[in-house]
Ligand binder design. Sequence first.
Ligand code: ADP
Length: 478
Amino acid sequence: MKKLLIANRGEIAVRIIRAARSLGLKTVALYSDPDAESLHVRLADERIHLGGSAAKETYLDQDKIISALVLTGADAVHPGYGFLAENAGFARRVREAGAVFVGPSPEVIALMGDKEQARKKAIELQIPVVPGAEVTDDTSFLAAEAQRIGYPVIFKAVAGGSGRGMRIVRTADELAAKFQEARDEALAGFGNAAVFLEKFLESPRHIEVQIFGDSFGNIVCFGERECSLQRRHQKLVEEAPAPNLHESVRARLHVYAVRLGKECRYESSGTLEFLVDGGTTADSPIYFLEMNTRIQVEHPVTESVYGVDLVRLQLEVAQGKSLDAVPAPQCTGHSIEYRVYAEDPSKGFSPMMGQARYISRPGGPGLREDGWAESGTKISPYYDSLLFKAIVTAPTREEALRLSKVYLDEYVVEGFETTLGFHRWVLTQPDFVRGLVDVYWISRNYDGTVVSAPRATSPFVLPPPRQSTPPVDVPPKR
Ligand code: ADP
């Protein structure tokens, strides 16, 4: 591999370009109209304008991306996350064009990237899954299944992602209507109306396991991440390792993840997501949820406690590196990631648009920032509004929390609301501080309070200048 094309944008494109450069690879950026001045475009060695704004006509347009690959003579493609990262057809086309797809094989993506198939595979391997029903559009069959499983139940899109296409059903009489709503949202969001039904868990934790495979059948486990702090079924804060997790639950999670990875001879970075009921006692139930066959947004917390560069490792493994020589992963310390989105937490985390007039950021030991937003960056309505991720790492969770307050208090983003005001608030909450949140904790506990930065460093909000002393009368010269 000599030249890597990055089929993505935003912070992950920047992250991949830096990893590629550290390995001496040339990089090619792709960009849409609104991204013309983006950081990833300026950092890359070459750039190709995709023309257009919507994801469909840019970062999701396979024909344009494959043309760019041929045109630039790049010999590898990194898909990042989202967009085409879990599209088996795209991975196949990259290979057919004679380039390396940095990720698992198209066959593995097709198998494990499909929620229903992955679930079947887990059952086959004796890994527990949430009790559920077969995919069908026969509502009387679904009603009988819901009765068998027991209410409440949840409909989820087979092709789902980003928490869309989900509907919770509490009673039998709302089943048909919710089924239709879920199908409509799934069709609009993913072009596939298929939904499946499973038991709704009232207060589970979301814990996921990072695995990594090479082309020789080695599977390495880089521990777990706690991802329970969510709004709208989407993650806001993640940490590694998961706090208050019984050691035998942790061990079981790792065993299940490695079993799944080995079974499909998984290659590259992969994440197995689980729901855990409680987690503090040895007998806490674990349910396999899905597999993400790509790098995750929250990968930096794992990197911080395992001292590994997962994106660099993806590039190395794609070039044939064996994991035999990689020392057994050791987890040291504690790391917490805060996702900073252009969103208004006081208005139900509604997405914001506009221009970041000014961004001021702290720096120092234990702080890592992965981002792309700069003073002047415009946030368009076309894509996800993640500006950057602040990742705080310290020897213990307690110290990481204390350091988080120091750094988050200092960040200033002017121009629109961000999730920073929520993060400062959540740091004052005993449940969060004690590591006792579940995926519906925000929906039950958050009243929209935002905490602003106490020591704003923005020039727009400087305190008024001190009164100058009145001029002293100079005595006339004699
Ligand atoms: P997506 O692929 O859309 O992100 P997931 O299946 O990964 O969907 O689930 C996302 C989130 O939705 C989970 O982290 C959890 O908060 C919630 N969720 C999913 N399944 C259930 C369930 N059976 N019961 C309760 N909450 C669930």
